[in-house]
Design a protein around this ligand. Structure first.
Ligand SMILES: [Zn+2]
Ligand SMILES: [Zn+2]
Length: 300
């Protein structure tokens, strides 16, 4: 759709292996580009489910290096250069990320040298096997076909450099918080945006005083009430929770419904909980939500 941004939540989960919620990954399509934000566990499976060829990803943007945001990159990369209908990459793949991104790209290319030796390498264009690191700082990091991607700093842990991203195209905008504690910089970046996709974390009430959950995990994440305060400040047309951390008491964490209820008590605008394969279309008529993308579309 010309003039629109299509956001597909590929993975809305956490490090917890979960067949329903894959690792963090979001596909943003605008201006004829396929941009992948984080590539957690299963990103290649979800991309294939929504009919996006792995080789058709134009760039990957990483918020930080936690494995739940990067574990799927090896597969997107190494299956992307296979000349099957799911891959067929023709060019090098740019990877944007914080300081350390070069370590990641070099390490991945090294890890798959054996793969390349064992394949009929002549059938694979050499440049398609390359990852090109781009170390980012705050500000505009990418501008192609009228699609502008800006990075902003967030606070996840004191020893990690983490970023969120804002994508602007044709007067529409989406902001992805990445993993972060409640941070005013997210609110600043999200002012006037159409959709704010924000992480959230909550502790089961029976464990409310658990020292590790309260003083370690929650220090790097955002509670439903804190997220609501950010939504209140920025007033997006739609707020969407992703990376839903449900810290358990026994085997069960707080329900997604209870997390939504807590947030809705402090923000009267629209908040929904993202699910894998949910599609958000930002177009002339505002934001249209489809709960699940049409799966297993034929790959052209
Ligand atoms: Zn993280
Ligand atoms: Zn994470």
């Amino acid at each position: 759709m010309p003039g629109s941004i299509v956001v597909t939540l590929l993975g809305t989960g956490t490090p917890q292996p979960d067949i329903e919620r894959f690792g963090s990954a979001t596909l943003v399509q605008a201006g004829g580009l396929n941009l992948l934000f984080d590539a957690g566990r299963g990103a290649s499976l979800r991309l294939t489910q929504v009919g996006t060829r792995l080789g058709a990803i134009d760039a990957v943007f990483l918020t930080h290096f936690h494995s739940d945001h990067t574990a799927g990159l090896a597969d997107v990369y190494s299956s992307g250069y296979i000349p099957g209908p799911f891959g067929r990459r023709e060019t090098a793949l740019p990877i944007y990320g914080p300081e350390g991104v070069e370590e990641l790209t070099e390490g991945l290319m090294m890890a798959f040298r054996g793969d390349l030796r064992e394949r009929a390498i002549k059938a694979i264009p050499e440049q398609s096997t390359r990852l090109v690191p781009h170390q980012i700082e705050e500000g505009i990091v990418f501008e192609v076909n009228g699609v502008k991607v800006s990075a902003f700093g967030t606070f996840h842990h004191e020893f990690a450099q983490t970023y969120g991203y804002r994508i602007d195209y044709a007067g529409r905008s989406v902001v992805l918080s990445g993993d972060t504690a409640a941070d005013p910089r997210v609110a600043d970046a999200a002012v006037g945006c159409d959709v704010l996709v924000h992480e959230v974390a909550a502790i089961h009430e029976s464990m409310a005083d658990n020292d590790f959950f309260k003083n370690v995990v929650m220090k790097g994440h955002t509670s439903p009430e804190e997220a609501a305060a950010i939504f209140q400040k920025t007033r997006p047309k739609l707020a969407v929770f992703t990376h839903i951390v449900q810290l358990p008491g026994g085997q069960v964490g707080p329900s997604v419904e209870s997390i939504l209820e807590r947030a809705r008590a402090h923000f009267e605008g629209d908040i929904i909980a993202g699910t894998d394969l949910m599609v958000l279309r930002l177009g002339e008529d505002g934001v249209e939500v489809s709960p699940r993308a049409a799966v297993a579309k034929a790959l052209a």
